[in-house]
Ligand binder design. Structure first.
Ligand SMILES: [Zn+2]
Ligand SMILES: [Zn+2]
Length: 744
């Protein structure tokens, strides 16, 4: 069963009631969440229910070794995540036999989070779980809880590999929510090729956050990256500190910081009329804000009541921040979507959403954090300089008048399936009877695994006979090899890790790297040893890696002619990528300060792509009409990459593109958009299916931007390997019109 209703609509009760009954009858429950913070929060509220006979425990990376044996032997409600299931539970199912023999329910919370490559891995892990359960003669009921998604039944069925019934009617009371869409203004700064630059979304978010905190409004600011959460928190703190200093240097007759009345700090902190619209629209205006709920000594020091939160923090730090936000000691919290995950924080008044969070489902879930206590609430979407964000602020109907998207997963991706078949064979040798569970491609992938010496075929089935652990073959949250360690060169201290695949782009030499509020600059990236050496330093710029890409068509799987001279295709490609340089951009204004060349090796990727072609004849006609064809294709590529997440629940950074006036494999002007994951992740396939709508929205986003010749909000890309040159905004519009008209 899948319960797919809005935030705070009572989904937990929907699964807790049957689970409580099962526990009373001696059964056990396995609860899966995509993040540790959510499991910890669930444990708290579960314990508070005081269910008789409940022995609940979390079992995750934070659980001390000594406690794990206790959990396995005694707990009847285990809260864990797919990673632990994959690495620590399924491979040792014998140690869990007592628990599994009594397993009645598997709760899959936040099921919409399982999308793309990660979701595809989780789908295979759940199939392995079902198979191991069958070994203990259990066929547990799966209850999935999800934010509203399109086609919940179908998505859930794909995720667990079994039929699912959907519960979608939401009768819970909702507080009134004011929703603002904000496009930051163009500034006097200029970026690449003299393009106008907007005020950055993080600067806008920091300013709005400072204003709201100044009003005592409890605010969560969601941002897209870990780095941005640090920047927003630090900037908001600075704004509040500067206002504090100003207020102190010219003290009014009686020092308002000492006034006991609620909301006093707002009056003092903001002597000038607020410049940002959002603060003036605060839902608590005219009512007594509850910001003074924090302890008395914090009342005057607003800057200290703003913090950043992200998943990389230590468990104790995370719990501490969550607790402070609950008590009101903390008024403003900037966070990546680590906190999006249903952590039960009540009493929030406002939510800032900085940049498109990836899906409409996520947008509504983040907005749903505001107003939980039944009071009216405010949600503010702040557009980043990105074509998708531009499209949304100009087309509110795409936010408010559209059903949320279906989650895309592709469990049949052979790169995903292979490692899980190995793990499954190690858990219990695979037989012919198991194959339907893993999908139609399983037999072919098994043959390949046998060829590669990973599995052995014997009369009774497929066996894992190696000594190493097969679960190490699948990196379910990342892609590729072992992570790169981030080490502070002066102290030798390990600060964290980065996926190998992402290392070239994020911890290259000279990259600015933020960790727990501190800024580091990468001194050296040692790829051979998987180490990035960093030093503590806080430059006033951020860095953006740029890459170049070449693409080769291996096989066309589908195509569709749009007319005599234009067509859209989908198929297998080989992509060769290289991070070649990085840009320095001013952290406050976003202005480009310079570019530095890098010397990093190429990376090869076998993936799937969608591509448009326009015949040489049609391209010539455009040329004769004074269209810069190369610049047009390049601009259309950038904007199309930016808009695909509207249709395919992917991240702009999950996909890449290549455009060329004449491609060797197609013999045509071609614009490619490909999945940035080995084997593909289903994004390009969705793009192919939605090609017309996608290209139409791409055209609108370009046309909507008020810049003259192109800017980061429409056709410039921060990760363009050729320095956003050539680009033609007018040409892109002509080219897309021609494609949609079939080439004529
Ligand atoms: Zn523009
Ligand atoms: Zn480019």
């Amino acid at each position: 069963m899948i319960i797919a209703t809005g935030t705070a609509s009572g989904k937990s009760l929907g699964y807790l009631l049957p689970c409580a009954e099962a526990l009373g009858e001696g059964g056990t429950v396995l609860y899966l969440s995509p993040a540790k913070a959510l499991a910890a929060d669930q444990l708290r509220s579960l314990t508070a229910l005081g269910l008789p006979g409940l022995r609940a425990a979390t079992y995750d990376g934070d659980t001390p070794q000594a406690e794990r044996a206790w959990v396995r032997a005694n707990a009847n409600y285990v809260l864990t995540n797919p990673d632990m299931l994959h690495h620590a539970v399924l491979g040792r199912h014998a140690a869990w036999s007592g628990f599994l023999r009594r397993l009645r329910y598997v709760v899959v919370d936040e099921a919409h989070r399982y999308r793309g490559v990660f979701g595809s891995h989780v789908a295979q892990i759940l199939r392995r779980l079902r198979r191991v359960c069958a070994r203990y003669r259990r066929d547990p009921v799966f209850i999935l809880a999800s934010a509203t998604t399109g086609t919940p039944e179908e998505s859930a069925c794909r995720l667990i590999g079994a039929p699912v019934a959907a519960v979608t009617e939401d009768a819970s009371p909702r507080p009134a929510l004011s929703f603002a869409l904000v496009e930051p203004e163009l500034t006097d700064d200029t970026g690449e090729h003299g393009a106008p630059v907007r005020r950055t979304a993080t600067a806008e978010a920091a300013a709005v956050l400072a204003d709201l905190v100044g009003e005592g409004v409890r605010t969560l600011a969601f941002v897209r990256s870990r780095q941005a959460s640090e920047v927003v928190a630090l900037t908001a703190q600075r704004i509040l500190r500067e206002r504090d200093a100003r207020a102190r240097s010219a003290p009014p007759p009686d020092d308002p910081w000492l006034l006991p009345e609620p909301g006093a700090e707002a009056a003092a902190a903001e002597p000038d009329p607020p410049t940002e619209g959002a603060a003036a629209a605060s839902p608590t205006e005219g009512t007594a804000p509850d910001g003074t709920a924090g302890s008395a000594e914090l009342r005057g020091r607003l800057a200290e009541r703003v913090a950043a939160y992200r998943a990389g923090y230590l468990a104790t730090d995370r719990r501490g921040l969550e607790e402070s936000l609950r008590t009101g000691d903390l008024l403003g919290l900037a966070t990546t979507n680590a906190l999006e995950l249903g952590v039960d924080i009540t009493g929030l008044d406002a939510v800032l959403i900085t940049g498109w969070p990836g899906t409409l489902a996520s947008l509504w879930q983040q907005a749903g954090r505001a107003g939980r206590t039944g009071r009216d609430a405010l949600a503010v979407f702040i557009a980043r300089d990105d074509p998708l964000d531009t499209y949304l602020v100009h087309h509110p109907e795409a936010v408010f008048g559209r059903p949320v998207e279906a989650t895309v997963i592709d469990p049949a991706n052979p790169y995903v399936l292979g490692p899980h078949l190995c793990a499954a064979a190690a858990e219990i040798p695979l037989t012919e009877d198991d194959l339907p569970l893993f999908g139609p491609g399983a037999e072919r992938v098994l043959a390949d695994l046998v060829d590669r010496g990973l599995l052995r075929r014997r009369p009774r089935g497929w066996f894992w006979t190696r000594r190493d652990r097969p679960s190490a073959l699948a990196d379910i949250r990342g892609a590729g090899g072992p992570p790169v360690q981030i080490v502070e060169s002066a102290s030798g201290q390990l600060l964290g890790t980065v996926d190998e695949a992402a290392a070239h782009g994020t911890v290259h030499e000279g990259a600015v790297y933020l960790h727990q509020g501190l800024t580091y600059v990468v001194e050296e990236l040692d790829l051979e040893n998987g180490v990035a050496l960093v030093r503590g330093e806080a430059p006033d710029y951020s860095t953006w890696a740029r890459d170049t890409t070449e693409i080769e068509v291996l096989r066309t799987e589908r195509d569709e002619a749009w007319g005599p001279d234009a067509a859209v295709h989908f198929g297998e490609v080989e992509v060769t990528r290289q991070v070649v340089s990085y840009l320095k951009r001013d952290i406050r204004t976003g202005a480009v300060l310079g570019e530095q060349v890098l010397d990093l090796p190429e990376r090869r990727l076998n993936s799937r792509a969608v591509w448009w072609t326009l015949s040489p004849e049609a391209a010539d006609r455009l040329r004769k009409a004074d269209v810069d064809v190369r610049g047009a294709a390049h601009a259309a590529e950038h904007a199309a990459i930016g808009l695909l997440p509207l249709f395919a629940t992917c991240d702009r950074w999950d996909i890449g593109g290549v455009s060329t006036a004449l491609h060797a494999d197609t013999g045509c002007l071609t614009v490619f958009v490909y999945d940035g994951h080995e084997g593909g992740a289903g994004f390009a396939e969705r793009g192919y299916a939605a090609a017309r709508d996608w290209l139409t929205a791409t055209r609108q986003a370009i046309a909507d931007c008020e810049c003259a010749d192109g800017c980061p909000s429409c056709i410039q890309s921060p990760k363009c390997g050729s320095g956003n040159d050539p680009l033609s905004k007018a040409g892109a519009l002509r080219l897309i019109d021609t494609l949609l008209a079939g080439g004529v």
